[in-house]
Structures are given as C-alpha cells and as structure tokens.
Design a binder for this molecule. Structure first.
Ligand SMILES: C[S@@+](CC[C@H](N)C(=O)[O-])C[C@H]1O[C@@H](n2cnc3c(N)ncnc32)[C@H](O)[C@@H]1O
Length: 236
C-alpha cells in the first residue's frame, strides 16, 4: 500500500484536507496510508526543543540535526524516498508525482523556522523538493500538496469518470477550457463547437486551445513541447 509518513512539529495539521474528498475517501478505504511523527517526541530536554540559534548569527532559529536525525531514523525505511520540503529544492512536477505514485510512498520532512541544519540533508540522504518559488511558513502545506497530487493518481482513487490523461501537464501542455450548462450565461455562450456533437472537431478545438494557453501562459512548457527535441521525438 502507498504510504506517506510525515515528520512535523505540528501533527494536528494532519490529515487536514487530506482527510476529505477523494484523498480522504481513499484513506478511509485503505487505498493509501498516512502516519504522522511528531518531531518533538525525539527531543531529549524537558522543553522538547527542536530548534536552536543559527551558527554564525542571524535571524530566526534552525531545526536541530540530532533531534531530526532521530525522528528520521525512527520513521524512514530503505524503500521510500526521503523528501525534505524546501523552497531551495527541485520544483515538483507532474512527472515526479507520477514517479512517486508508482513507488511505495514517501517520507516527508516538514521544515519550520529558517529551515533545518544542513548536515541532516547529507547524512540522511534527503531530496529537497519545492512546491513553488515562494516561501511558506512551514513544510506542512507543501507536504499536503505533494501527497494530494500523488494520492489522486493511485489506482481507483479518481474513478472512471475522471482521467488524468488529458489534464494539465500530462501531454506537456496546459489543459483546454471547460464549460457546462447553462448554454448561455450572462450573455456568454458556450463555444459553438462544443455543442456540435462532432467529436473530431471538438478534439481539434481542445488541442488548439491547450496549445494556445500553453504558448501564452507558459513559454517554458511550450518551448519544451514544441522545441527541436520534441519535434525529433515525433507527435505525442
Ligand atoms: C520559513 S520557511 C524557511 C525559508 C528559508 N529560510 C529560505 O529562505 O529558503 C520554513 C520551512 O517551510 C517549508 N517551505 C517554505 N516554502 C516552501 C516551498 N516553496 N516549497 C516547499 N517547502 C517550503 C520548508 O520546509 C522550510 O524549511
């Protein structure tokens, strides 16, 4: 079973949104497992301290390597990747999410304060993952985002009605726009082609819209999609 183990100083934040909707139902039905370790349980002083002042001075506090090291040793196994949520990390992509979903799960370490002592990263083989170029106050919301993205791809979680095959990023493109009834809303009609019943035309329109949106909004994705390497590989 796909298992996420989260190390945090705020265990009460979990399951949070992961206990609702698709992920929550899948959790309740045993399609995946979630266990939470409170990093403070691995402190040894009476205040259960997990942080200390930064070597070299400066603002804020740093998570202590000894406490975090013990927490990781008690939680991680050899099989699952150890992911440190970090704004310095490799940006999370759908391809990485798919690869994680195909494995046994993940151990997710949530930083707080200024971050964690650098030595733990090397000593425990942590892979730093970022959920975007902005700074959150802690790794918990980043961990939830990663887990949610993985869990919805597990077999049976999304159900037959929804498919990930046409979603944003699946083909290296953003997704086309969606519409539903009423046919006319505030003088805005649904595009004619979508009510034509002509499936080939609909598919062509959706493809063209996906390409237009990607070109306009994500030149980085578009360059990868339409660049020389993509052309050499042939049509997707
Ligand atoms: C306030 S942040 C620390 C920011 C750090 N001092 C820096 O400038 O890179 C505290 C924790 O939030 C988490 N975090 C913040 N932004 C993140 C992001 N974009 N992706 C993943 N984790 C993030 C990390 O676990 C980080 O250790």
């Amino acid at each position: 079973m796909w298992r996420a183990s989260v190390l945090t100083i705020f265990p009460d934040m979990f399951p949070g949104p992961l206990g609702l909707s698709l992920a929550g139902k899948a959790l309740a039905s045993g399609a995946w497992a979630l266990d939470i370790a409170d990093i403070r349980d691995f402190a040894t002083d009476k205040h259960r301290s997990v942080d200390d002042t930064p070597a070299g001075g400066g603002p804020g506090m740093v998570m202590k390597p000894d406490v975090l090291g013990r927490a990781i040793d008690a939680t991680a196994d050899g099989a699952r990747p150890r992911l440190l949520m970090s704004p310095r990390g490799t940006p999370l992509t759908q391809a990485r999410v798919e690869a994680l979903t195909a494995g046994p799960g993940a151990v997710l370490i949530c930083g707080r304060f200024e971050g964690i002592d650098e030595r733990v990263i090397a000593a425990r083989g942590l892979e730093e993952i970022s959920v975007g170029d902005y700074v959150l106050s802690g790794g918990e919301i980043a961990a939830m985002a990663l887990i949610d993205a993985c869990v919805r791809l597990l077999p049976g979680v999304m159900g037959a009605a929804a498919s990930s095959a046409e979603e944003s990023f699946a083909q290296g493109l953003l997704e086309y726009p969606h519409y539903t009834r009423p046919q006319l809303w505030e003088d805005r009609p649904i595009p004619e082609v979508l009510i034509s019943g002509d499936h080939a035309k609909i598919a062509a329109w959706r493809r063209a819209e996906a390409e237009r949106l990607t070109r306009e909004r994500r030149p980085d994705l578009w360059a990868r999609h339409s660049g020389p390497a993509a052309k050499a590989a042939g049509p997707k």
